[in-house]
Unconditional design. Structure first.
Length: 243
C-alpha cells in the first residue's frame, strides 16, 4: 500500500489528542496520539479471532501474527489506522507519502529469565531515517510502554549506516558485563534512558525505527498469550517518501 499525506476530517478525529515530543541530544521527534480509535475492545476481538499467534521470528520477546489482506477485518483496521495517522506522519517527519511495509499483532510473553542477551538491551529496527514505526497500544498494562535510549560509551541515540558498526562493536564488548536477566527498566551502566511513552490503551506512538528503544515490561506484568488479557499491540512499519 502507498499512502498519501492527505486527510478529510472524520468525526472521531475530534477525540484524538496529539502531542509532539522530542527526546535526547538529537531532539528526535516522537508523536503520541491519545484516543486514536475509540474501539480497542473491537480491535482486541479482531486479534483474538486470529489467535493463537506464532512465536516471533525476530528478536521480539513473544508472539507475533502478521496481518495480510486475507485477514479482511484486521487488514481493514490497519488501513484505517494508517489513513488516520497520515497527517501526523507527514507533519512530524517531513514526508509527503509513505509505503506500507508490514503490520502485525504482537504480544510480549517471554519471562525475564527466558530473554536472550539481545532482548535484554535496547534495539533499533532500521538505519533508514524514513523507516517509521507506528505502534498502537491496545491493552491496559499499567507500568508498560516504550523507552528510548542513548548508548553511553558512544553517545549514539539514532543508528545510521555510518555509526552502526561502532555501536555493535561496543555492545559486543559490553555483553559480558551486561545484566544477565531481565528486561531493561530505566537507565543502566551501558544505556541512559532519554524518554518514554506510557502504554495507555488506544494510544498511538510514531517514531523513527533508527532510534534505540525497548519495550517497558514491568516485572509484575501479565505475560499472557490471550489477546483479550495480555499485552497486545499493533505494530506497523512504513517508509516515508520525500519530494
Amino acid at each position: 500500500m502507498r499512502g498519501a499525506i492527505g486527510h478529510s476530517p472524520a468525526k472521531r478525529d475530534l477525540c484524538m489528542k496529539p502531542q509532539l515530543l522530542t527526546f535526547g541530544h538529537d531532539d528526535s521527534r516522537v508523536v503520541v496520539i491519545d484516543g486514536f480509535s475509540q474501539m480497542t475492545g473491537h480491535i482486541r476481538a479482531l486479534a483474538a479471532a486470529l489467535a493463537p499467534f506464532p512465536p516471533a521470528t525476530t528478536y521480539y520477546p513473544g508472539l507475533r501474527r502478521l496481518i495480510t489482506p486475507d485477514d479482511t477485518a484486521a487488514y481493514a483496521y490497519a488501513e484505517r489506522l494508517l489513513e488516520d495517522a497520515a497527517p501526523f506522519i507527514g507533519g512530524a517527519f517531513d514526508v509527503d507519502a509513505f509505503d506500507w511495509l508490514e503490520t502485525s499483532f504482537s504480544m510480549v510473553t517471554r519471562t525475564a529469565a527466558e530473554l536472550t542477551p539481545r532482548q535484554r538491551a535496547p534495539h533499533f529496527d532500521d538505519t533508514d531515517p524514513n523507516h517509521l514505526a507506528v505502534l498502537h497500544y491496545l491493552s491496559p498494562t499499567p507500568g508498560s510502554g516504550t523507552a528510548f535510549f542513548r548508548h553511553r560509551a558512544t553517545g549514539i541515540e539514532r543508528v545510521t549506516e555510518d555509526n552502526m558498526p561502532v555501536l555493535l562493536d561496543a555492545m559486543k564488548r559490553e555483553q559480558a558485563e551486561a545484566p544477565q536477566a531481565g528486561y531493561i527498566l530505566g537507565s543502566n551502566a551501558f544505556f541512559e534512558q532519554i524518554g518514554q511513552v506510557d502504554a495507555v490503551p488506544d494510544r498511538v506512538t510514531i517514531y523513527q525505527g533508527s532510534l534505540l528503544h525497548s519495550g517497558i515490561i514491568p516485572s509484575d506484568m501479565v505475560l499472557s498469550d490471550d489477546p483479550m488479557t495480555g499485552r497486545l499491540t499493533a505494530n506497523l512499519f512504513v517508509r516515508g517518501r520525500t519530494p
